[in-house]
Structure formats: structure tokens, C-alpha cells
Design a protein around this ligand. Structure first.
Ligand SMILES: Cc1ncc(COP(=O)(O)O)c(C=O)c1O
Length: 487
């Protein structure tokens, strides 16, 4: 006796692809078009069932895969409906996470991979912050906090926004969450209705379009040009606005390009936004402090008429090297912040009490994080300068010098189109990344994950000596893709 269960899985033709969903995990090998492994939930194992037959078929639309799993027990069998919500099926898994995981697995297997894919500072959390966290635990500050965050932290955030950004908020207009990622997804869920459009300049942070899809909204991608420093053309924005437009997501300094929006350009964008009453703006300012003078940061909400329609997102992960502490926040008009708080109250409740104490210490380190953060920014700048100079000297490579964050988004497209023996065609950013991982043992993220296939993202949150070694390896691997010029 056997029972069958079927499911529909999201599939992209990616060698990096790994699919995981409730109770099962399977990884799909796009080369052999087959599953590498399939493990069933402990519930099935407890019932003494094992997998006897499984099969997968790619559907005509080529984006979904239909899987049939037969679970067979000695004395009986059960049918398990593997169907996932269409919402999950519409979301792509994060490529940055997939590549980081792949590079980590290679490193653990002894391959000397240089990992420049992850989006986190290589510095330790400053000790004054860590001590505050440790003290919080020692003093038994380990209980639930209010859903929106402690009054102490929200007041400190209000003070920071006033002093550093010229923004006036009261503590009830601040919502502290488990990372800026949660702040953004809650904001998208809170304001978008099915069918609404979310305008996203590309290259974009990988999660924005997927968050729009999670909210049953439609991402509308606004391409930018490397020759324009990857900055949004206000005319393009204007041409894409309609009554369906609900959200514009701005990110400055930007992940993945490091571009910083000058105040004048933001003013032009604000003038367009002001003409569309339905349109709100999420201003993701998480890299605010990692900025290289003479570039300077302008908070979108500080522009005339924008406070009422802007949801400002910031957090502690990047500038304060606190990625694992999971703490971010949203500031905005009470109506929207309360709506986000309602969602959070049913998702996660308040963020970690310990992290919130640590964050108060972070905000106490002085203007823009004081000397400690300034020293990190100095190191990032030195690394940026090295990479911009080095890659700038390579044949056929285009760069827009980043003004902030810790990423270089390099156009390597002149290396596409080559067939490599034993590897296959380098037909885009993903193939080039796989080639560089294999040949140069450097892990980078393909630009197509950020909506621009001509480029590859290099994270320079690594020691200068590591970046020097990575550059040499990449250079040597790229040379193999170019036939020597005859003399
Ligand atoms: C542009 C951008 N926004 C938000 C986040 C999320 O940060 P957090 O660690 O606070 O969730 C990231 C993290 O990579 C990011 O790059």
C-alpha cells in the first residue's frame, strides 16, 4: 500500500539552488536536473514511513517543478499533501544566503575559499556594546519587553534621529524589531494591498522585490545605469507612476552599489512623490554611517512634505557590527507605525531585551557612532580605494566608485560569452561567479540577484590582505577568459 503526495516547488536554473521547506529539505542539481537529497520530516520517521518513490517534472512554464513523493510504511502508509502556499512559491530564495552557505561548506571541507559574498562587517561588536549586553544578562534583564521596544531605547532613537537626521519623532512613532529586515517586510505588509505596485530602483537589495510579492503586491523595477552612478532617474520614476503605485523603496547608501543619493536628487524625487497622494516611501538608511566624505547622508523624511509619507528604516547591524544581535527600527507617522506594530505583535513580539540594552549603549557612543565607528569607516575606505584602483586597471571592467556601504558592484560583462573547457559557457553573472568560485576560490554574489546581470558584487568587509589575495586570484582567473592579444 502506498500513498502519493504532490507539491509544486519554485525552481530556478541555478547551480546554487537549494530548496528547503517545512519538514523537508531537498537540493536540486540544475546540471543533472535531479534532486541530490531528500529528507523527510521527523513526523514521518516517527510513523515508521520511508520514501520509496519520488519523481519530479518540470512544468511547461519552466519556473515550477511538480514533485510526487511516496511515503511507504511496513504496515500502513499515509498521504501527505505537500502543497505550499502560492505566496511561498512566488518568493525566490535569497542567493546571497545560498552562496554564503556554499562557500562556508567549501571552507569547512578544507577548500581555501576567500569569502566576499556576505553582507556583514568583519569587525567585532565594539566592546562597550558587548559589555552592555553582558551586563543586561547578569542583571537579569532577560524578560519580554514591550512589543514596540523599551521606552529607554525608543527615546534614545528619537534623540539620534533629531540630532543626526533632523527628524522629530516621539517614542510611539518608533517600532524596534528583530533587524531592519523585519522592519521593512512589516512596513510592506502593512501598507500594500493586493495588486499594488512597489517601485524599486535596480540594482536593489535582494529582499525588496520578494517582500513585495509576499504582500501580494507587484514589484516594478526601475533600472539605473553604471554611468549615472546607479542613481534613479526622476523622469523614469515619473513615467512609471500610476494609481496602483503604493510604495517607492529607496536605499542610500546602497546595497549592492554603494551609491549615495545627493540631497538635490532626493529633492527632485520628493517633488514627484508629492504629486502622488497614494505613494509612500520606505527609506532604508541602514548604511547611513558607512559613508565616505565628501558624500553625505540625507534622510528622505527630512525633505519638505516627506515626513508624513516616509517610513524611515535603520538598524544596528552594519555601522555597529551587530548583525547577530538582530536589531533594527522603523520611524514614521503613528498610523503606519502602529499598523506595523500590530503585525509584529502577532509575529515575534518585542525584540531581544539584551540586544535592546546593547543598542542603547551603541547610541551612547557619540555622534554617528563616535571614534569607534569612524575607525571602521576609515578601514572600509582604504579597502574601497584599493579595490577601485585594482579593478579599475583591469581590461574591460567598469566601476562606479562607491560612496558608502562596503560593496563594489563591478561590471564584468565584457568577460561573458566565453566557453571554458570542462566548465561550460560563461553566459552571465551567475556563471562567472561559479567560475570564480571554482577557479579562483573566491565567493562573490552574481549581479542578477540584485537585478543587474552585467555586474558582480564584491563585499569588502574583509582585511586588506585578504582583498589583495582575492584580487590576484580573480585577475588570474579572468586572464584565462581572454585570449592573449597577438603581437
Ligand atoms: C540594504 C539593507 N537593508 C536592510 C538589511 C537588513 O539588516 P538587518 O541585519 O538589520 O536585518 C540589509 C542587510 O543586509 C541590507 O543590506
Amino acid at each position: 500500500m502506498a500513498a502519493a503526495a504532490s507539491s509544486s516547488l519554485q525552481f530556478t536554473s541555478s547551480g546554487f539552488n537549494r530548496l528547503a521547506f517545512s519538514g523537508q529539505s531537498l537540493s536540486f542539481d540544475s546540471d543533472s536536473q535531479s534532486f541530490r537529497s531528500l529528507s523527510f520530516s521527523s513526523q514521518l520517521r516517527r510513523l515508521g514511513l520511508s520514501i520509496k518513490v519520488w519523481d519530479s517534472k518540470r512544468k511547461e512554464d519552466s519556473h515550477s517543478l511538480s514533485t510526487v513523493v511516496r511515503a511507504v510504511g511496513e504496515s500502513y502508509s499515509m498521504e501527505v499533501d505537500q502543497t505550499l502556499s502560492p505566496r511561498v512559491n512566488s518568493v525566490k530564495p535569497s542567493k546571497t544566503v545560498a552562496i554564503t552557505d556554499q562557500a562556508t561548506a567549501l571552507a569547512q571541507a578544507g577548500v581555501p575559499v576567500i569569502r566576499l559574498a556576505a553582507g556583514e562587517p568583519d569587525f567585532d561588536t565594539p566592546s562597550v556594546i558587548a559589555e552592555a549586553g553582558i551586563n543586561a544578562i547578569r542583571q537579569g534583564y532577560t524578560r519580554y519587553t514591550p512589543n514596540a521596544g523599551t521606552t529607554e531605547l525608543r527615546s534614545a532613537i528619537c534623540h539620534k534621529l533629531k540630532e543626526e537626521n533632523g527628524l522629530t519623532y516621539t517614542p510611539d512613532q518608533i517600532l524596534v524589531s528583530n533587524g531592519a529586515k523585519q522592519s521593512i517586510v512589516q512596513a510592506v505588509l502593512a501598507v500594500c494591498s493586493p495588486g499594488d505596485e512597489v517601485l524599486i530602483p535596480a540594482p536593489f537589495w535582494v529582499s525588496y522585490p520578494e517582500m513585495a510579492r509576499l504582500a501580494d503586491a507587484t514589484p516594478v523595477i526601475l533600472p539605473t545605469q553604471i554611468s549615472e552612478s546607479f542613481l534613479l532617474d526622476p523622469k523614469l520614476l515619473e513615467s512609471k507612476l500610476s494609481e496602483k503605485s503604493r510604495l517607492l523603496i529607496l536605499c542610500s547608501p546602497s546595497n549592492p552599489t554603494g551609491s549615495v543619493y545627493p540631497r538635490k536628487l532626493l529633492e527632485e524625487i520628493a517633488a514627484i512623490v508629492a504629486r502622488h497622494p497614494r505613494l509612500l516611501v520606505i527609506s532604508d538608511e541602514i548604511y547611513e554611517h558607512i559613508i565616505y566624505t565628501p558624500a553625505s547622508h540625507t534622510s528622505f523624511a527630512s525633505l519638505p512634505g516627506m515626513w508624513e509619507r516616509t517610513l524611515t528604516v535603520n538598524g544596528f547591524s552594519k555601522a555597529f557590527a551587530m548583525t547577530g544581535w538582530r536589531l533594527g527600527y522603523l520611524a514614521g507617522p503613528t498610523r503606519f507605525v502602529s499598523a506595523c506594530g500590530k503585525i509584529q505583535s502577532q509575529f515575534t513580539s518585542g525584540a531581544s531585551s539584551i540586544s535592546q540594552k546593547a543598542a542603547v549603549a551603541a547610541l551612547g557612543m557619540g555622534y554617528a557612532g563616535g571614534e569607534t565607528v569612524a575607525n571602521m569607516v576609515k578601514a572600509f575606505r582604504e579597502r574601497r580605494d584599493f579595490l577601485v584602483k585594482s579593478f579599475g586597471e583591469l581590461d574591460g571592467v567598469k566601476i562606479s566608485e562607491p560612496q558608502g556601504a562596503f560593496y563594489l558592484f563591478v561590471d564584468f560583462s565584457s568577460y561573458y560569452g566565453v566557453e571554458v573547457d570542462g566548465f561550460g559557457a560563461i553566459n552571465g553573472s551567475e556563471a562567472l561567479c561559479r567560475y570564480l568560485l571554482e577557479k579562483a576560490q573566491v565567493a562573490l554574489v552574481p549581479g542578477d540577484a540584485f537585478g543587474d546581470d552585467t555586474c558582480i558584487r564584491i563585499s569588502y568587509a574583509a582585511a586588506l590582505s585578504t582583498l589583495q589575495a582575492a584580487f590576484e586570484r580573480i585577475k588570474q582567473a579572468l586572464v584565462l577568459l581572454r585570449p592573449p592579444v597577438p603581437v
